[in-house]
Write a protein that binds this ligand. Structure first.
Ligand code: CAA
Length: 286
């Protein structure tokens, strides 16, 4: 590998960010975990520890690996200090263009000139994010899947100006993490969500039109198509607001009515029923 990633900064310690920090640390690559508040950082570290413990209990890793992983994560509440000196910055902040804009503008000013930038966005254009920085050739999408320690895929999204060199470094880094990188080009929804979200949306339409209950829609897909979770349980797991945002990106991006979000999905998001994270979606989690 031409450039080896020896240290990484992960911005955001939510579900995706703490999972990404977990897999780098477990593979002995030091991580600067950047959060906005100490309580969010504490929550992220507690989740990482719980998930590492789960892997120790399943004998996937030993206690030494767990301890080394936890020790190799340093928490930063100052973004500029956290990105200084690392080889790769991965941003996993909420899917909101304004938040991402302010993060990437600050990172671009503070990071070293050689540092590669990756966004874990599931829907926002990599080309658009890259254009916020002065290094679009070093900007790429590194799209991980939840739960990050378990799911094998990293969808690597090449923006319009991403260089071959940047792609190669990120591809090899993904392999070092034990993941399988799959290259795709920057188009709305990339490949993963262009295929997944219409399926989830269609499952919501089936409920909306009274074809079947959520449980029965999920049973059909689990027992008939060997999906590990039905599409509606998966929608709850991803977050119904996230699903709606991604469908809107597809709808706006292609101007094709086949991506129109189901009115039931919109209504559930309006009601604050967002799935696992709010305790209610197509299922109840109380
Ligand atoms: N950290 C570490 N290990 C974990 C984990 C975590 N956070 N979560 C689960 N695991 C491990 C468990 O310990 C278990 O290990 P063993 O195989 O050794 O027993 C294994 O994963 C399976 O977990 P469980 O037995 O608890 O439960 P399960 O068999 O029902 O599997 C699941 C849970 C892995 C989530 C499975 O249901 C699944 O694969 N679901 C589909 C997930 C999916 O599609 N994710 C992608 C969502 S889309 C996305 O993320 C991106 C986007 O852009 C929207």
């Amino acid at each position: 590998m031409s450039v080896q990633i020896k240290s990484v900064a992960v911005i955001g310690g939510g579900t995706m960010g703490n999972g990404i920090a977990h897999v780098f640390a477990m593979n002995r690559i030091p991580v600067n975990l950047i959060e906005t508040k100490q309580e969010f950082a504490d929550r992220a570290m507690a989740t990482i520890e719980k998930n590492l413990d789960r892997m120790v209990a399943k004998e996937k890793i030993d206690v030494e690996t767990k301890d080394a992983a936890l020790n190799s994560i340093s928490v930063f509440l100052d973004l500029r200090k956290g990105v200084k000196g690392v080889d790769l910055v991965i941003e996993a902040v909420p899917e909101n263009l304004d938040i991402k804009k302010s993060v990437w503008t600050a990172v671009d000013e503070a990071a070293d000139a050689h540092t590669i930038f990756a966004s874990n966005t599931s829907s926002i254009s990599i080309t658009k994010l890259a254009a916020l920085t002065k290094r679009p050739d070093k900007f790429i999408g590194m799209h991980f899947f939840n739960p990050v320690p378990v799911m094998k895929l990293v969808e690597i999204v090449n923006g319009l100006d991403t260089s071959e060199e940047t792609y190669k470094v990120v591809e090899e880094t993904s392999r070092l993490l034990g993941k399988t990188p799959v290259p795709v080009n920057d188009m709305p929804g990339f490949v993963s969500n262009r295929v997944l979200m219409p399926m989830i949306n269609e499952a919501v339409f089936a409920v909306y039109e009274g074809v079947a209950t959520p449980e029965n829609v999920d049973q059909v897909m689990m027992l008939g198509m060997a999906h590990p979770m039905g599409p509606l349980r998966l929608a709850d797991f991803i977050g119904l607001d996230v699903c709606l945002d991604i469908l809107n990106v597809l709808y706006d991006g292609f101007k094709d009515p086949k991506y129109r979000p189901c009115p039931l999905l919109i209504k559930m998001v309006d009601a604050g029923k967002l799935g696992n994270k709010t305790g209610e979606g197509f299922y109840s989690y109380s």
